[in-house]
Design a protein around this ligand. Structure first.
Ligand SMILES: Cc1cc2nc3c(=O)[nH]c(=O)nc-3n(C[C@H](O)[C@H](O)[C@H](O)COP(=O)(O)OP(=O)(O)OC[C@H]3O[C@@H](n4cnc5c(N)ncnc54)[C@H](O)[C@@H]3O)c2cc1C
Length: 254
């Protein structure tokens, strides 16, 4: 089984994200593999190991996305495709989906896995757009993915529990943190990642022009969340219960 994982390189989430004057994330230094995408890589490796298949990762991002891609290779992915092009700076989710769909389409695949939403952009729209462009069904919020006889069986997380969804391959599935416990890359894995195939592509290699990936939306303003003021301490006394009741009524809780 050929499994493709869409992996995003993001600024280190342990640091403070900075925006430039154009409201784009400043991506200096090494990117890290989005922690949400590690679950998808792990789920792909588990499925491929069970079927004797292979895992390819595909990522669109600036040059520093290479370190995130290497981590996926060190975890065990067999090969990678990195699409980078100055014309993609500031690409929106639609443009990114066009690019990723064009890259996935270049080779036969059975299953595409992705995170539910990225940790930095978190539109949560990209995987389903890619599925639509590839003309394959998509199943989202998978807490478990199994493949039997050309059919993906997905336990789809819901607020009340989970639904069981089945779709014929090829298909695209987004996975949650419950789908797998990501393995740590071993030293051997880190060393072997250096010699695994890493294909570098520009926009033209995908047959796309800058006009086709021009952003259709842009961020025009960003506002910080208002800081919360200090809470009110209600001392035990004659009217404490009445004051608490008033506050609950104000908050429309009662
Ligand atoms: C040169 C260059 C500069 C860029 N600069 C920025 C920037 O400044 N700010 C910014 O937010 N983005 C930037 N991107 C990336 C791109 O704009 C976003 O990836 C895209 O908008 C997806 O939106 P999202 O993160 O909300 O996806 P979501 O829908 O929230 O992501 C869901 C899942 O889709 C997959 N996915 C998402 N993005 C990618 C990706 N790029 N590659 C592979 N898989 C992916 C992952 O599996 C992810 O878990 C840049 C890309 C390039 C090539």
């Amino acid at each position: 089984m050929q499994v493709v994982v869409l992996v995003k390189s993001i600024p280190d989430p342990s640091g403070e994200a900075k925006l430039g004057p154009d409201f784009l994330v400043i991506r200096e230094g090494d990117g890290v593999l989005d922690p949400g995408d590690e679950y998808a890589v792990e789920a792909a490796l588990t499925l491929a190991e069970a079927s004797g298949g292979e895992v390819a990762v595909v990522s669109m991002g600036p040059a520093n996305a290479a370190s995130a891609i290497r981590r996926a290779l060190a975890m065990g992915a067999h090969r990678a495709t990195h699409i980078s092009d100055e014309a993609l700076r500031g690409a929106d989710a639609l443009a990114t989906a066009k690019v990723l769909a064009a890259a996935v389409r270049r080779s036969p695949f059975d299953l595409v896995l992705a995170g539910v939403e990225s940790t930095d952009g978190y539109t949560g729209t990209l995987p389903m757009t890619v599925a639509e462009m590839l003309g394959v069904p998509s199943a989202t919020f998978a807490r478990k993915v199994e493949v039997t006889a050309g059919v993906a069986r997905v336990e789809r997380q819901t607020e009340a529990g989970y639904d069981v969804v089945e779709c014929a391959l090829p298909a695209l599935v987004t996975v949650t943190a419950s789908a797998a416990e990501p393995r740590f890359p071993t030293l051997k894995g880190i060393m072997s990642a250096r010699s695994k195939p890493l294909e570098q592509l520009a926009l033209a290699d995908l047959g796309l022009s800058p006009a086709e990936v021009a952003p259709t939306q842009r961020v025009v303003a960003v506002e910080a969340t208002a800081e919360k003021g200090p809470g009110e301490v209600i001392q035990a006394g004659d009217d404490d219960a009445a004051r608490i009741a008033d506050l609950l009524a104000e908050a429309k809780v009662i």
